[in-house]
Design a protein around this ligand. Sequence first.
Ligand code: ZN
Length: 166
Amino acid sequence: MSRRVVSFHYTLRDPEGRVLDSSAGGEPVTYLEGAGQIIDGLDEQLRAVEAGVKTRVQVPAARAYGERDPAQIQRVKRGLLPIEGEIQLGEQFQTGPDRHSPVVTVVGVEGDEVLLDGNHPLAGVALTFDVEIVAAREAKAEELSHGHAHGGGGGEGSCGHGCGCH
Ligand code: ZN
């Protein structure tokens, strides 16, 4: 089966209808089908959608950022946290210096202990995407071998293949 490179605009909402994210006013998102560049549930449901079509895609939590895992909530001593002053419920910070370090959310403060939730902030949340596919074409062999789309809003940088596609 051939795979496509798809460019789309989207507005992402939670079940209460709040806008969580949107590509409106910016570049469309471009991805290679089945390459894990966008969340699985969206990738799957856009397979049959042609360029020029607007559609609404609903993705259950399990096919988006996963269900919430209660085991991801940890109790730690407040003094171990990189926070000065008051700790606010809902405050988020990274657990390491790397920008890919997991993000944790403060979900409770009990005395000198803090409850930290290591679940993704969107874990357990069903997502609704209003999508407009602006372009779709067959993937090139080079893109298939790299496992991502080239050109069309990928931004500057390098994917490690020297193609400057990210
Ligand atoms: Zn590449």
